[in-house]
Ligand binder design. Structure first.
Ligand code: ATP
Ligand code: MG
Length: 175
């Protein structure tokens, strides 16, 4: 799976619609302090199903919505869309996550309303997702080095693309 395009509206500092095309190979995000580099990576993790507000540097999930500045009023919603090649490389996958104040998150895959779990599975099977080792955020290298064996095993399982199997097993055991 290859991520090709990211679109953001009202997500953190990206109040106006922004679109990024991600070319093949390694992508680095550079710019002055506070310009939104980490916010971009967080948008990618968020649309792939991140459930921890804390790991997005917020107290609650609504903190991802543009909170307003002296010049501009706050927004009522945030929306992020990611376009990727499917697992086979040819089928296209568009995932959209939207959050509205007081209404929580809603997800769509290729225009269809889906559950958060469907999004998590779509990315887990492709060995990517909100916790993908392919997304190297600030402090991540240190976290990998300092991880306990069980945590490191979870990272390796995600990299190997078998994390989705664990989700399905937990699901099956719960039934
Ligand atoms: P550094 O180089 O210091 O790591 P960075 O480029 O990673 O900086 P970010 O942390 O992505 O910068 O962006 C920080 C900016 O995003 C701050 O100005 C902060 O006020 C703004 N910001 C974060 N959340 C929101 C929000 N909900 N609404 C509006 N602005 C926000
Ligand atoms: Mg940063």
């Amino acid at each position: 799976m290859r991520i090709k395009r990211l679109r953001l509206t009202g997500f953190k500092s990206f109040v106006d619609p922004a679109e990024l095309h991600i070319e093949p190979g390694l992508t680095g995000v550079v710019g002055p302090n506070g310009c939104g580099k980490s916010n971009l990576l967080e948008a990618l993790r968020w649309v792939m199903g991140e459930t921890s507000a804390k790991s997005l540097r917020g107290a609650g999930m609504e903190d991802v919505i543009f909170a307003g500045t002296q010049a501009r009023p706050a927004r009522d919603f945030a929306e992020v869309s990611v376009l990727a090649d499917g697992v086979e490389g040819d089928d296209v996958l568009e995932v959209v996550r939207r959050i509205e104040r007081g209404a929580g998150s809603a997800y769509r895959i290729n225009g269809r309303d889906v559950r958060a779990k469907d999004v998590a599975l779509a990315f887990a099977d492709a060995a990517t997702g909100a916790h993908s080792p392919a997304l190297v955020s600030q402090g991540r290298i240190g976290a990998i080095i300092a991880a306990k064996p069980a945590e490191r095993r979870a990272m390796l399982e995600e990299a190997a693309g078998i994390a989705g199997l664990h989700v399905r097993r937990r699901d099956a055991e719960a039934k």
